[in-house]
Design a binder for this molecule. Structure first.
Ligand code: SF4
Length: 405
């Protein structure tokens, strides 16, 4: 995960399917990176250090990662804990197995397919016999990523081939096949391997990649909405996505005219199987558009723009014990005789403990309870929570947490 090129491999699915997105995205301000993205970058840094320790210093994967437990990110927001080390072991072990037989292995290396235009940073590349192996770490847990026909991996593969051709001609000449792999340790169902012949990969470059890149350079390049819109920086303002979402919803409910302002949405039980099929097919486009509206409105509201009927409030906080051991000790003194402070196998929650205590004893719990600040959310004005001031909004934004993300 390095710096992103204009036509970066990680967004290849978008710009190959929607060539007009490149020009449209250039008109929107750059999005600040999210907490998830920052955590992913940190995980990549740690994995890189572990692979180098395995490759260059002969450490076993488990030892290399256990040695990194406690390492903090530069921003101080993330730390390697046993869970992160465990997830990364899964990926680094795959690399370790390949390293034992590899003729060459590159970690976090820049690969270029069209100089200055299509390039990226591949997490792990190696050559074993006549096979090129490319491995990409995905630390996200929410969206399963498949390696099958994945354009990002194909670009890394092509970049690796090009790099070997120019720097390691003897190894390059032996290449016949390619394995493109994704390790997604936190997401069941994500990751896997995709095998293809080198000739197939080179044909994809000629037939898909080069025409796709040329299409992005056409000033009349069309916009085409689809599943790739999900991470498009222009999704909040894109006319093609808005049209697709409305068309999809209208198509799904055309028989019942559900989009007329005064009409009620149809009862779900009353939909025919045909209508259900159309409604289900419309969900991805409508969801992407709705999420884009939500994010855009939240950003504007946090910049002080008044959105009629809405306000920014603090998220509801779930109370928890400051120190569970201290709370268990206090509860063992004040709970009625015979009542255990544990709701097997866990300690009672603050709310459960309060139900068992009289009013006076409840007051004693205050010192043990904390209500962590979980950020803000944009809600309807009818919500009972007080609106927070512009100054408070700024503080919360600085701390980088919001429910709308
Ligand atoms: S939102 Fe979708 S259709 Fe619009 S520019 Fe982005 S990828 Fe293209």
């Amino acid at each position: 995960m390095g710096k992103h090129a204009n036509l970066g491999p990680s967004s290849a699915s978008r710009w190959l399917n929607c060539p007009g997105s490149v020009a449209l995205c250039a008109t929107v301000p750059e999005e600040p990176s999210s907490e998830y993205a920052d955590e992913g970058t940190f995980a990549h840094d740690i994995a890189e250090r572990a692979i180098r320790a395995v490759r260059d210093e002969g450490f076993a994967t488990d030892v290399a990662l256990d040695n990194l437990i406690g390492t903090e990110s530069r921003c101080g927001r993330f730390q390697v804990d046993p869970a992160m080390a465990g997830h990364l072991k899964w990926y680094v072990r795959r690399c370790e197995e390949l390293l034992a037989h590899a003729d060459i292995a590159l970690v976090e290396s820049r690969v270029e397919v069209i100089p200055g235009k299509v390039w990226g940073t591949a997490d792990f590349i190696c050559v074993v016999g006549d096979a090129l192996m490319v491995d990409d770490l995905k630390y996200g847990a929410g969206l399963a990523v498949s390696p099958i026909d994945n354009p990002q991996l194909k670009i890394y593969g092509l970049g690796a081939v090009e790099r070997l051709r120019t720097t390691e001609p003897k190894i390059y000449e032996k290449l016949k096949s390619v394995r493109l792999g994704i390790s997604q340790p936190r997401c069941p169902g994500g990751g896997g391997d995709y095998h293809l012949e080198l000739a197939e990969l080179l044909a994809w470059k000629e037939e898909v990649l080069l025409p796709g890149v040329a299409a992005t350079e056409d000033p009349e390049a069309p916009l085409a909405a689809g599943e790739w819109c999900r991470f498009c920086p222009a999704r909040a303002t894109c006319p093609a996505l808005r049209e697709k979402a409305l068309e999809a919803a209208q198509g799904a409910f055309s028989d019942v005219k559900a989009l007329e302002p005064a009409a009620e949405p149809p009862s779900v039980e009353g939909l025919s199987v045909d209508q259900l099929g159309k409604a289900l097919a419309a969900i991805p486009a409508v969801k992407t558009w709705i999420a884009a509206i939500d994010e855009h409105a939240y950003k504007l509201a946090n910049r002080g723009v008044a959105i009629p009927g809405f306000k920014v409030v603090r998220k509801r906080s779930v109370r928890k014990w400051r120190d569970p051991e201290e709370a268990a000790e206090l509860l063992s003194f004040i709970l009625p005789e015979g009542v255990s402070p544990h709701h097997a196998p866990k300690l009672l929650s603050p709310a459960q403990a309060e139900k068992l205590l009289d009013k006076n004893a409840r007051g004693l719990l205050g010192v043990c309870i904390t209500s962590p600040d979980t950020g803000t959310v944009l809600v309807s004005e009818s919500d009972s929570r007080p609106a927070i001031s512009a100054g408070e909004v700024f503080d919360v934004l600085e701390s980088g947490d919001n429910e709308n993300e």
